[in-house]
Design a protein around this ligand. Structure first.
Ligand SMILES: Cc1cc2nc3c(=O)[nH]c(=O)nc-3n(C[C@H](O)[C@H](O)[C@H](O)COP(=O)(O)OP(=O)(O)OC[C@H]3O[C@@H](n4cnc5c(N)ncnc54)[C@H](O)[C@@H]3O)c2cc1C
Length: 404
């Protein structure tokens, strides 16, 4: 008889977990997936492409209804889990239904941080996390609408790009002194700013939003020591916070995220967490590749294999068409590391590789990002790159040929 396995969250981590589990232990578990969003799981990473009208909603669906059906999964989408009772091993849903489990996986993702300033509740102030947000933004951002995006990180820039492509007049307001400061060094961030501005998007750095102003709906954004910027729409992209409330209510160990060990197990042996809601060795990842790596390890574990998750190398790729930016690992360069730099202002190419004790530990690329994933593999592999040191900055083709 199959054991009941309940997965809460119908996002990217959950899909990958079901996929991996079906390959390894089809039939061992009777799987039920509970998802709050009223649709099949989709590729959240491509939301900015939907906003920019580069792809349609159906293009980003991760798996068809038939795919779920063929794997025997009970898919409960449009349903919200409201509580877990670990003593009787049941999940309660908002409509009063309860689901029994022998194993439970939390894959509840994150939600956008709401700014702590006045006016955030005004109509016309939005976030950018799911397809419902995209639909709301599309309605609000009529052609030539004046849009202020608060936050110059990856999400903010992708939202800004999507909106500008759809015909809006966009200003990005960023608190820090450079764009994407968590992923880019100063030089690359400077190149990115120029490239973004060249696409008709205004960028204000060192700018703190102190209030959102409006009577019946948003009219402007007020900056500390700065002007008010007129706005018909404000998109807040100021970071994310893991969804930990269910875990908290069930007395699981939570910190910023739901604390898990190297088996993705929470403080209860029959409850696991993966994806953006999980905190592993003090880190909550906000990217999809770590969620997939965690899903693979958990699937192996649930299938009875020995598997451990050691943590992930962070790698980021900005998806703004025509602006290629990539970074991975220690891209700044901790004290004691060496840096290899290639810069060609004419071609708009900049590459920096960080090497520690003969191994590649970080990379930041602008303009030509074709070798980004190869650099990530080298960082993950942890082997010496000394044999290809003279050529590694010029990319895989040359470096591997000459090292052979
Ligand atoms: C616009 C955008 C662009 C991005 N670009 C990139 C990128 O380029 N590269 C990258 O690596 N990452 C990117 N990300 C991040 C990436 O999408 C996430 O890391 C990934 O989706 C995490 O997967 P997850 O399954 O943990 O969470 P999610 O995909 O968020 O899934 C969680 C699901 O759980 C549901 N849920 C939450 N609570 C409950 C509940 N109580 N009951 C039922 N369901 C619940 C939520 O509604 C949601 O559908 C981007 C994100 C956004 C928004």
């Amino acid at each position: 008889m199959s054991e009941p396995l309940v997965i809460i969250g119908n996002g990217m981590a959950a899909v990958h977990l079901v996929d991996e589990l079906a390959k390894r232990a089809l039939g061992r578990y009777a799987i039920a997936v509970v998802g709050e969003e009223p649709r099949l799981a989709y590729n959240r990473v491509l939301l900015s492409a939907v906003l920019a009208r580069e792809v349609s909603r159906s293009d980003i669906e991760l798996r068809s209804a038939r795919w779920w059906d063929e794997r025997g999964v009970t898919l409960l989408y449009g349903r919200t889990a409201t509580a877990i009772d670990p003593t009787i091993r049941r999940v309660k849903l908002a409509d009063g239904a309860t689901l029994p489990y022998s194993r439970l996986v939390l894959a509840t993702g994150s939600r956008p941080i709401r700014l702590g300033v006045s006016g955030v509740e005004l109509p016309g102030v939005m976030t950018f996390r799911d397809l419902a947000d995209v639909a709301a933004i599309e309605v609000a951002a009529q052609r030539r609408a004046r849009v202020v995006v608060i936050g110059g990180g990856l999400l903010g820039l992708e939202a800004a790009h999507g909106l500008a492509k759809a015909g809006a007049q966009v200003t990005v307001v960023h608190l820090m002194d450079r764009l994407m400061e968590r992923q880019l060094d100063c030089h690359t961030a400077g190149m990115l700013k120029k490239a973004v501005e060249a696409r008709g998007i205004a960028v204000l750095l060192d700018s703190e939003t102190v209030a959102i102003i409006g009577k019946r709906r948003v009219q402007a954004v007020a900056l500390k020591n700065g002007p008010q910027i007129a706005a018909d729409l404000v998109v807040v992209a100021a970071g994310i916070r893991p969804n930990i409330e269910l875990a908290h209510g069930a007395d699981l160990n939570v910190d910023r995220g739901i604390v898990v060990d190297d088996s993705l197990r929470t403080s209860r042996p029959d409850i696991f967490a993966i994806g953006e809601c999980a905190e592993h060795r003090g880190v909550c990842y906000g990217l999809v590749e770590p969620a997939y790596e965690q899903a693979r390890v958990l699937a192996a574990h649930l299938a009875g294999e020995t598997a451990h998750y050691p943590g992930s190398v962070l790698a980021t790729n900005l998806k703004v068409s025509g602006v290629n930016v990539f970074s991975a690992g220690d891209f700044i360069g901790a004290p004691g590391t060496e840096q290899l730099v290639f810069s060609d202002a004419g071609l708009g190419i900049y590459k920096k590789l960080v090497i520690a004790k003969g191994c590649l530990v970080g990379a930041v690329l602008f303009g030509d990002t074709a070798d980004g994933l190869w650099y990530v593999d080298l960082i993950r592999g942890g082997g010496s790159v000394e044999p290809m040191r003279d050529d590694i900055i010029f990319g895989r083709a040359l470096a591997e040929r000459k090292a052979a």
